[in-house]
Design a protein around this ligand. Sequence first.
Ligand SMILES: NC(=O)c1ccc[n+]([C@@H]2O[C@H](COP(=O)([O-])OP(=O)(O)OC[C@H]3O[C@@H](n4cnc5c(N)ncnc54)[C@H](OP(=O)(O)O)[C@@H]3O)[C@@H](O)[C@H]2O)c1
Length: 421
Amino acid sequence: MRVGVLGCGNVGAPLIQLVRDHGDDIAARTGVRLEVAKVAVRSTSKERPVALADDVLTHDAAAVVEDPGIDVVVEVIGGIEPARSLILTALGNGKPVVTANKELLANVGADLFAAAEAAGVDLLFEAAVAGGIPLIRPLRESLVGERITRILGIVNGTTNYILTRMTEEGTSYQEALAEAQSLGYAERDPTADVEGFDAGAKAAIIASIAFGARVVAGDVYHEGISSITPADIAFAKRLGYVVKLLAIAEQQSGEIGVRVHPAMVPLAHPLASVRDSFNAVFVEGEAVGSLMFYGRGAGGSPTASAVLGDLIDAAGNLRKGSSASLGSLAKARIKPIDDVRSEYYLNLEVADRPGVLAAVAGVFGTHGVSIRAMEQEGLGDEARLIFITHVAREADVQATLHGLRELDAVDRVGTLLRVIE
Ligand SMILES: NC(=O)c1ccc[n+]([C@@H]2O[C@H](COP(=O)([O-])OP(=O)(O)OC[C@H]3O[C@@H](n4cnc5c(N)ncnc54)[C@H](OP(=O)(O)O)[C@@H]3O)[C@@H](O)[C@H]2O)c1
C-alpha cells in the first residue's frame, strides 16, 4: 500500500519512522505492507529528523492527493485549509484518509464523513482526540451497542499540568503556566489550551461519536482555568475534591449536553489521580458501567502510534473493499447551558457583621438554590463564606450570583465551580 503523508512535523516525522521501523512486523501480522511513497511539506529545504529521498519529498500536497499511484493519504498538516480541500479531493479520488486534525473535524467533520460515505472509503481519526489513547475506535466499535450516558474527559495535557502544579505545590496560575511554557507543554500564546478551545473541539468530536449526532465546536460551552486561584484549589482539597478541567458530554431525554469547564472532582474518583500532562477519558454506559481510558494525550510519538493504527486499518479495509462508515450524522439537539443541572461550589468575601449570612442565604433561597454545606473563615473585618449547593439549574445559580453581587455586604464573588458527582 503506497502511502502519501501530508505534513512531516511533530506527528508526521515519527509516523514515517514507525512505518519504517515496524514495516516487517506490520506486514507479518496484518498482511499489509506499507510504503511511504510521498511526503508533502511546506518547505523542502528544512532539515528533517527522518531521511527522505528527493523523489519522496514534495511541496505539492495537491499533487499527492491526485496521484493515482497513492493508495492511502495521511493528513498531519493541521488547521482548516488546505487540509479540508486536500482530504475532500483524496476521498473523491477513492483514497482512504487518516487524520489527526481535531480542529477540522470539530468544525466540518460531518461534511468530511459524508464525502467518505459517498466515496465508500475510510476517514479515520483516532489521533484527533486524546493523542495516543484508543478512544474513538472503542466508542465506534466495542461500545457501538452501548447506551452511553456521560463521558468525562481530561483531554488537555497543558491545563492538567498547570492544575497539578497548583494542587501539589500551591503555585499560582501564572507561575504554573510559565513552568509549562518553559517545558514546552504550553504555547507562547496559551489561549487555545487555557481557555478551553482545544478541549472544546475534542468534546465536540467525542459527543458526535458517542451519541451518533452532529456536534460542532460552536455547540460547546467552554470556560478555561485562568481565573482559578490557589485558594480555590486549597478549599477544594479541604472539602475532599481536586480541581480538573473537564470536557463533559452527556445525553438525557434526547438532548446532548456538551461543555468544558473547571470542575471539582471527588478525590475518590479515578479522574482525580490523573496528574501532570496525562489525559484520561471516563465513559459511563447503562450496561457496561464505568470505563476509563488513560495515557499520553499528545506528543509526536503517542499521536503517531494512533495514526499508524488507523493507517493499517484503512489500508486493510481498502484491500478488502470495505470501509468503516460513520453514516450521515443528524444535527444534535444541544441542551442550553442554562438548563444544565449540577452541584456548585462558590466562595464569597463578605463583611463580618450580624445579619450578613441571613441576607446571603436569602438570595440563594429567592432563586431556589438549596445549600448543602457551608464553611466560614475569618479574614479580619471580613469573612470568607464557602458554599456547596445541592443540585441546581445553571440559570438559577447565575441569577443567585447576580443577586449576591448586588448585596452591599458582599465585597467579592469568587470562582464558581461545578461539582462532579
Ligand atoms: N503534536 C501533537 O502532540 C498532536 C497531538 C494530537 C493531534 N495533533 C494534530 O496533528 C496535526 C499535526 O500536528 P503537528 O504537531 O505534527 O504539526 P507541525 O509540527 O506544525 O507539522 C505540520 C506539518 O505540515 C506541513 N505543512 C504545513 N502547511 C502545509 C501545506 N500547505 N502543504 C504541505 N505541508 C504543509 C509542515 O511543513 P514544514 O515542516 O515544511 O513547515 C509540517 O511538516 C494537527 O492537526 C494537530 O492538531 C498533534
